[in-house]
Design a protein around this ligand. Sequence first.
Ligand code: IVH
Length: 691
Amino acid sequence: MHERLARLRQQLQSAGHHYYVLDDPLMPDAEYDRLFRELQALEAEHPEFITPDSPTQRVGAAPMASFTQVSHRVPMLSIHTETDSSEQGAVQFDARVRKQLQLSETDSPVDYVAELKFDGLAISLMYRNHLLVQACTRGDGETGEDVTHNIRTIGQIPLRLPDMAPAELEVRGEVYMRRDDFESLNARQRQRIADGLKNEKTFVNPRNAAAGAVRQLDPRIAAQRPLSFFAYALHFHPDASQTLSPVEATLNGLQIYGNHMQVLLALKTWGFPVSEHSKKVQGATGLIAFHHDIAAQRDSLPFDIDGVVYKVNDISMQARMGMVSREPRWAVAHKYPAQEELTTVQAIEVQVGRTGKLTPVAKLAPVFVGGVTVTNATLHNEDEARRKDVRVGDTVVVRRAGDVIPEVVSVMLEKRLQDAQIFTMPSHCPVCDSLALCDEGEADYRCTGGLFCSAQRKQAILHFAHRRAVEVDDLGEKLVDQLVDAGLVNTLPDLYKLVFSQLAVLERMAEKSANNLLASLERSKQTTLPRFVFGLGIRHVGEATAKELARHFGGMDAIMNAGIDQLLTVNDVGPVVAQSLRTFFDQPHNREVVEQLRACGLQWQESAPGARLDLPLAGHTYVITGTLPTLSREQAQALLEEAGAKVAGSVSKKTTGVIAGEAAGSKLEKANALGIPVLDEPALMALVKAP
Ligand code: IVH
């Protein structure tokens, strides 16, 4: 009985570690659940045998009335933030370290450990006799709050340490929430609000959600909030009653570990999650390289960071340097520009795009975020605007991550003005007053004015002139506004009919700029078929599709006249794109635009079609996998292509068939799973010979 209990706990503990920390599950969830239930049942029969580290003890404790205050055995310091966010931050820190350690220029570079600065909250974990006995928040650094009941629910945090670890230990680290977990938590919260549940709210950001979960009085609620943990510091407390100063604690640690990297490795061996990004680097150059490297990865990390942390690796050096005003001298935070800031919404405007799409845009009081000053944030569409319920006058959180367009993350409801009006999409286009319609099942409203709408005309011209389309240099947004507003340009061909005298009268148009524009227009006449097709601005036809169309058909007329079936044989062209092309070229005025542009002198090279449509396998796609008995892969591919088929590298629903030989692997499996016909070499030969 005791043995069974111990065995179950050990199995569940190890499975949990593999699942939560190593991301490499040992057993299927159902097996875990079965063992878990067996343990629960045994413990229910014999409550006297329940141990505090039993996996069953992670959840289910009763809610608490309030938090108990806990004095930290070693104060939890804060960390100095390097004010200069450029490379200089690293240079200055390294210079200070060298000075304090009295190193001269000829001494070798200092070893550092560079880490991520996780954007969560600091937690201290106290282990006694290898068991997690207490977890508390940082609080003011001297006193924190006992949140053991909630921290126990975090699967990544060991409840028991292996025997090789010291029995009395304090581990510090960061509790945080992954971005994907945050998104699903908020989706769940939105559903609860929609279901009418009171006292539910969505969270502003992962940090806020993590902090809220850790400070929950009811651990059953905390257990539903997906939290994660990274360990980054360690203190020994051989004498369980002793309180230590930070410097004493550092010296104490030195008796066991010589440097910080060893500390991280030990934490990892004992089962704590330690960030894979922590890295030993040398001198200021090493720090700078790390800072750049992480900046480039920042947006693709699965969690938020607000910077990096540099730590002197050698613990005896740490001890020599000590601390000043609650901050160690041997560590520093080097931040990145914040990606989220607060600002106010001054107006909500509706912009009209090239295809008539109406986009609500929040006009913001200028705010510096993600390294640039932001004044606009998209609200995407009516559903989004309504979901976020952004109103004029609201104080909002704006996020700009990487090169992504800035967006409103959330509204600070407590700051909402009393008379703030709910935003609704206009029923008519704000530019041309045509009816705005939202197609069944679509999120976007569109202006029905087409090229009658000057906003759409302007966007169509800008698109045509884009660097990656027909490329008319010197034709910017302001100039297009002027040309359209003055009635000089209504359609694309009008561009090529412009003459100097018309341009010269435009406001702020100097002689030189007028000549520049005319020269650019002249240059743009020599173009390529893909650029021209892309430049027409056909809905759903992006640059890649334009290239495929050009390659497939070889000439403009063939593209214009292709029927839906023919269009569907082109790479990347599905029913939506095919229909869009047909709709576009079925309109006489669009064909007229193409003719007129040609008449104006636009020209491009045409070529033989990339695929013959009269061949037996035209429009079919095959995948070849494994080794065929007599044909090489290249020979098989050539046979298929000669018969008009396309040969693709991976199996999808669009695949006509899979040619499989010896030792075919996952492609064959996928074909079977999707119910796609599988052919052997003789079947292939019969196929390509078929009349
Ligand atoms: S070390 C003596 N390392 O930053 C230095 N802190 O410390 C003690 N933080 O609220 C902290 N990532 O929660 C350290 N890799 C990291 C960190 C980190 C985030 C937080 C920590 C604390 C704040 C200042």
